[in-house]
Design a protein around this ligand. Structure first.
Ligand SMILES: Nc1ncnc2c1ncn2[C@@H]1O[C@H](COP(=O)(O)OP(=O)(O)O)[C@@H](O)[C@H]1O
Ligand SMILES: [Mg+2]
Length: 366
């Protein structure tokens, strides 16, 4: 090739390079490890928030901006590549002009001379902040679900233990007493010397049987409010609210569209449990004197809202925490129905919890 030909080829190659550099979504860098000289493409500087002329073409300009927790990995990665020729591919945080950090992925390739000394290393960085954020959100949500499922297992075991205890202590004891009463009757019937059977004996046994029936009802209602299936959601909620008012001396003002919504079986229990948990939270955390409970139809949604006039909470407290599963559980229940939970609260000014549920799911035929 003639000299002219070489020049033309070089110019074309350089032009291609410039085009690639200016069009690339990656920021390019070209570094001479011997002289320390470095070239950053405008896009490289752009990722760091600088205009082309604002960031000097010096290695330090980049290394000084690497997050202190990541700089060790970056330096080690470079070292391993230059000395042992291991692939250079590192993810780290870079401080931008505004002082915030962005995540980048950096890859590069060195060239070595005959003596095995690296004389050039070229590479690119790519902004992966969004991906990192998604990964982080996914990790948090996975962790939350894992804790929730562990919690559910634990609750199940505790529930079983509680029911077993109630059956044993409550029903077991009453049945034992009843058996003793029956034995006494038998003794009186077969032993002429014993005092005769009286009305009182039988009345005592009837009273025990009534008590037994009550206990069975109470234990069953605790497991699943029978009312929910027999009378429907609204009467069950009315009962819940009255019971709550009586127990905690908190007024519950109700705005309920009776008959406006046909709650199906599945969502009855979900809505009932949500309101139950919300009221439990009011009793536990709020110190409120008044609660407003709305269950209303706002096509295409069913709105369930519990607002108290208590002390409220800092935003961080009502975010799902390590040991509080009430709100997480409510979110899960709402999500199950294709809806969501919204919380509005500031310290000192009450707590407002709203479940927004699509009527399509709430009223769906089973
Ligand atoms: N009505 C309320 N008033 C004030 N703070 C509340 C209320 N409801 C919930 N919170 C705050 O939200 C947190 C999380 O609630 P929750 O998930 O039900 O957990 P738990 O009731 O087990 O603490 C509570 O610990 C409390 O700080
Ligand atoms: Mg709670």
């Amino acid at each position: 090739m003639s000299l002219h030909g070489y020049r033309a080829a070089l110019a074309a190659s350089e032009e291609r390079f410039q085009l690639a550099v200016s069009g690339a979504t990656a920021g390019l860098w070209d570094w001479n490890p011997q002289s320390g000289e470095v070239y950053f493409s405008p896009h490289f500087k752009g990722i760091m928030g600088y205009a082309d002329h604002e960031l000097p073409n010096e290695g330090r300009a980049h290394l000084d901006a690497v997050h202190p927790d990541d700089i060790g990995r970056v330096k080690q990665g470079l070292d391993m590549h230059l000395r042992e020729r291991r692939p250079y591919d590192v993810e780290y945080r870079l401080r931008t002009k505004s002082g915030g950090f962005r995540w980048v992925q950096s890859r590069g390739q060195a060239l070595w001379d005959d003596a095995g000394e690296p004389y050039r290393m070229v590479g690119w960085i790519m902004d992966i902040t969004d991906r990192k954020r998604d990964e982080q959100a996914l990790r948090v949500s996975r962790e939350e679900l894992r804790r929730l499922s562990a919690h559910i297992q634990r609750i199940r075991e505790e529930e079983k233990a509680r029911i077993a205890r109630e059956l044993h202590d409550d029903l077991g004891q009453q049945l034992t007493a009843l058996k003793m009463a029956v034995t006494l009757v038998e003794h009186k019937g077969s032993n002429r010397a014993a005092p005769p059977l009286s009305q009182g004996d039988l009345r005592g046994m009837y009273a025990m049987i009534d008590q037994l029936i009550d206990s069975v009802r109470r234990i069953a209602a605790d497991l699943r409010p029978v009312m929910l299936d027999d009378l429907g959601l609204i009467p069950a909620i009315e009962w819940l609210a009255s019971d709550f008012s009586a127990r905690y001396q908190v007024k519950v003002i109700r705005h309920i569209d009776v008959d406006a919504i046909e709650f199906n079986r599945e969502c009855r229990i979900e809505v009932f449990r949500m309101v139950q948990e919300a009221l439990t939270n009011v009793a536990r955390h709020s110190g409120a004197t008044e609660v407003v409970l709305d269950i209303v139809r706002r096509d295409p949604h069913c709105i369930v809202r519990v607002v108290d006039n208590g002390r409220g909470a800092a935003a961080r407290d009502s975010r799902p925490g390590r040991h509080s599963f009430g709100l997480i559980g409510m979110r899960e229940r709402a999500a199950l129905l294709g809806g969501e939970i919204q919380i509005r609260t500031t310290p000192g000014s009450g707590f407002e919890l709203t479940a927004i549920l699509p009527l399509a799911a709430v009223e769906a035929r089973e």
